[in-house]
Design a protein around this ligand. Structure first.
Ligand SMILES: *Cc1c(COP(=O)(O)O)cnc(C)c1O
Length: 378
């Protein structure tokens, strides 16, 4: 028995599809450049595998959320890469950040101050992005701070501004009036920093008109296989998920299923118990909702999702079609990541980043699948 076979579920990650998605996004937003957001371990899929694949596809600008994520990726990044830390500059982290050559997205007056002090202390001009709050009230400096920095001649001697950026609150709603309002505020603020590359769009921003593409697009979720609206870059699925059958059974009308007996069979049913549960990132919100798939047939989840297992109704399949040890599709050709998220009442971002480390992972690259057990890819 190979090590991968000791796992009860399999996550497949198609790095060829990831690279194709990158190239399609890049071509769609050209002449703007396309950067890759690889925060949260590349949305749970393995940043140490995703980054080299994206680099080979031509990506040179990467974004993480936290300093620890940047450090984790330092040795897989080429010297010709820029790594931006979106959450900014943690107090006390200035020297670590500067030693590695990371680019913090300065997003508050205190962070600006601390980065400038570090530059003076080290006698070194330090790279940074500058993030503006243009209406989302999450991260970023306001207009007054931006103007103060732009008018301060000392700033440019201490900080080498690589990027000016902001983030859209409603990029996925093309008609939202806030998009145009944020763009016009951004245009006014970036005019204070002539010649510095500008960045406003995330994945869904790439599907907005070209005015939103600016100089650098920060693509995340679309790289990982979540489709964009018609007319935008064509996106292929990247992730597949399957789980093993632990046992099958037939139950009579009136029989209850799972914790709390929240499902009762209306007539004779055949069930399969699958080895996946909320500890694997399969959301408990899918209790009595959502499904597994096999052979083009939908197998509804019945009863509550447990920590390590779910029950699905396999009555639609021929008797004997599935048995102990067989793998059943949870994300794949029958059921998209988007569909799973919709059934669970959440967004695909949350499903992906929750998938966790309990699945055997198979990375497909250059047409070949390689097994990689959980833990090998951090
Ligand atoms: C996460 C993030 C992105 C990427 O967003 P997607 O919707 O995944 O493309 C871009 N910019 C910032 C500031 C982010 O936090």
């Amino acid at each position: 028995m190979t090590h991968e076979m000791t796992f009860s579920s399999e996550l497949t990650i198609d790095l060829d599809a990831l690279a194709a998605n990158y190239r399609n996004l890049r071509d769609h937003v050209a002449p703007a450049q396309c950067g890759a957001v690889v925060k949260a371990n590349a949305y749970g899929l393995g940043a140490r595998r995703a980054v080299p694949a994206l680099y080979q596809a031509g990506c040179r600008t990467f974004f993480v959320a936290q300093l620890c994520e940047a450090i984790e990726l330092h040795d897989v990044l080429g010297d010709d890469c820029t790594l931006v830390i979106l959450n900014g500059l943690d107090p006390g982290a200035e020297d670590l950040c500067a030693d590695h050559g990371f680019v913090p997205a300065l997003n508050a007056p205190g962070a600006l101050q601390r980065w400038r002090e570090a530059a003076r202390r080290r006698g070194q001009r330090l790279p940074a992005a500058l993030q503006f709050d243009t209406g989302m009230s999450r991260l970023g400096v306001d207009g007054a701070t931006a103007r103060r920095v732009a008018c301060d001649p000392g700033f440019a001697t201490e900080v080498e501004l690589r990027l000016v950026m902001t983030h859209l609150a409603s990029a996925d709603e093309p008609g939202a009036p806030s998009n145009a309002a944020q763009l016009s505020t951004f245009d006014a603020l970036t005019a204070l920093f002539p010649g510095v590359p500008r960045s406003i769009a995330n994945s869904f921003g790439s599907a907005l008109p070209a005015a939103f593409h600016n100089d650098v697009v920060r693509a995340g979720i679309a790289l990982y296989g979540v489709p964009l609206p018609p007319g935008a870059a064509v996106i292929q699925p990247v992730v597949g998920l399957r789980a093993r059958i632990l046992q099958t059974r037939q139950i009579a009308a009136g029989t209850g299923v799972g914790y709390g007996l929240t499902y009762t069979a209306p007539d004779t049913r055949r069930l399969a118990t699958l080895a996946i549960g909320y500890a694997d990132g399969w959301p408990r919100a899918l209790s009595n909702r959502g499904a597994a798939w096999h052979d083009g047939k939908r197998l509804p989840i019945v009863g509550r999702v447990s920590m390590d297992s779910i029950m699905v109704d396999i009555t639609a399949l021929d008797e004997g079609a599935l048995g102990e040890g067989d793998l059943v599709e949870l994300i794949g050709p029958g059921q998209s990541l988007d569909q799973v998220a919709a059934d669970a009442g959440t967004i695909p971002y949350e499903i992906l980043t929750s998938l966790g480390r309990r699945h055997a992972r198979f990375y497909k690259e250059h047409g070949m699948a390689t097994a990689c057990i959980a833990g090998e890819v951090r």
